[in-house]
Ligand binder design. Structure first.
Ligand SMILES: [Zn+2]
Length: 124
C-alpha cells in the first residue's frame, strides 16, 4: 500500500493516530515506518528492513514514467551504518565477491586485514 492507502485503511478500521486524531498524516506514517526505535515494538525486525527496501525501491521509480531512475537497485543504503563490528567498532561494509555472492565484512578488516580486527565474522 501507499502511505495514503495505509492512512485510509487505518481510518476505515478506526485506528486513531498517535495524536488521537481519526486521520493519520503521511509524515507520521513515514516516520513510524522509518524510525529504528520502533523495531520490535510496532514494527518487527524483518518487516522494518523490508519496508526500508521497499521505500528505497519506490524512490528509485520515476512516478511520471513508472520507470527506474537508475538501472540498478542498490540495497547498500538499507543496512549501511546499522551493522557495527563488536570487536573494533567499525561499520560493516557490503562486498560483492567475484562469484556474485554478497557478504558483509568489518571495514577495518577489509582495509587492514587482521591487523586491528582478528575475529569478526563475515555475514552472508
Ligand atoms: Zn572489526
Amino acid at each position: 500500500m501507499s502511505l495514503g492507502g495505509i492512512a485510509d485503511f487505518l481510518f476505515e478500521y478506526r485506528v486513531p493516530s498517535p495524536q488521537g486524531k481519526a486521520h493519520w498524516t503521511q509524515p507520521v506514517l513515514s516516520n513510524l515506518l522509518s524510525n529504528q526505535k520502533y523495531i520490535g515494538y510496532i514494527v518487527s525486525f524483518d518487516n522494518f528492513f523490508l519496508v526500508q527496501g521497499e521505500k528505497s525501491r519506490r524512490s528509485n521509480i520515476d512516478e511520471n514514467t513508472n520507470k527506474r531512475k537508475t538501472s540498478r537497485y542498490n540495497s547498500q543504503s538499507v543496512l549501511s551504518g546499522l551493522l557495527v563490528c563488536t570487536e573494533c567498532n567499525h561499520n560493516y561494509r557490503r562486498i560483492t565477491r567475484l562469484s556474485g555472492e554478497v557478504v558483509w565484512h568489518c571495514a577495518s578488516r577489509v582495509e587492514h586485514g587482521k591487523k586491528f580486527c582478528k575475529h569478526s565474522p563475515s555475514i552472508s
